[in-house]
Ligand binder design. Structure first.
Ligand SMILES: [Fe+2]
Ligand SMILES: [Fe+2]
Length: 209
């Protein structure tokens, strides 16, 4: 599978999952929780393989100008969806009205971003990189994707456990440097907490930040 086929398949899958999610009502607590966990993992892994493998190859081949601008725009869209909107949705009570609105916004962002990649970036990548490089990138991405899919997502790990891991790594350090990638906002309820109904966001719809 070449890089574009792999990424386009991912897009198809996440689009279908997001449609399913936005078609649910707030009564579908279990379905929403499960779909959201799957979507979060898909987006996390897909963004990573693009940012680690596909985007750098695109940027190297792009040079300056329109193609480079496309690369920077795509990165910003990852940041907006993956670092802002998705964590916000993960922190929202699935039985609330806010959840429906936020899920819809995430879906629109992903539709827009995936659409731009498919209509603009991928055709340019094909022209700039050629079939052989796209096949090589696809093979590397397949391997990396399998690794990432098998590894626990930060979103799945209870925040207390993350805190314990972080302090075990740097038990007496005054610096936060070692722990910075392992800790996250403690106000963000975990998927596990939401499933057990003990999530802090239960009944709360306060936006973070
Ligand atoms: Fe992307
Ligand atoms: Fe993509």
């Amino acid at each position: 599978m070449n890089a574009i086929e792999l990424l386009t398949n991912d897009h198809r899958k996440v689009r279908a999952l997001l449609k399913e999610l936005t078609d649910t009502t707030k009564r579908a607590e279990k379905t929403r929780t499960e779909l959201l966990a799957t979507i979060a993992k898909e987006i996390e892994v897909h963004s990573k393989i693009e940012e680690e493998i596909f985007y750098p190859a695109f940027k190297d081949a792009a040079g300056e100008g329109k193609d480079e601008a496309m690369y920077f725009e795509a990165l910003e869209e990852h940041h907006a969806a993956g670092d802002l909107v998705l964590p916000d949705l993960l922190g929202t009570d699935v039985t609330s009205d806010q959840f429906s609105g936020r899920a819809k916004v995430l879906r629109e962002m992903i539709e827009h971003h995936a659409g731009e990649e498919e209509k603009e970036m991928f055709p340019r990548a094909k022209a700039l990189l050629g079939n052989e490089t796209l096949r090589e990138l696809g093979a590397r991405m397949e391997v990396r994707k399998a690794e990432l899919m098998a590894s626990p997502s930060l979103m799945d790990i209870p925040s207390k456990l993350l805190g314990a891991v972080a302090s075990a790594i740097s038990p007496s350090s005054d610096s936060d440097d070692d722990a910075i990638n392992l800790t996250r906002d403690d106000d963000m309820p975990t998927a596990a907490a939401r499933k057990s109904g003990s999530g802090k966001a239960k009944g709360s719809s306060a936006r973070r930040g």
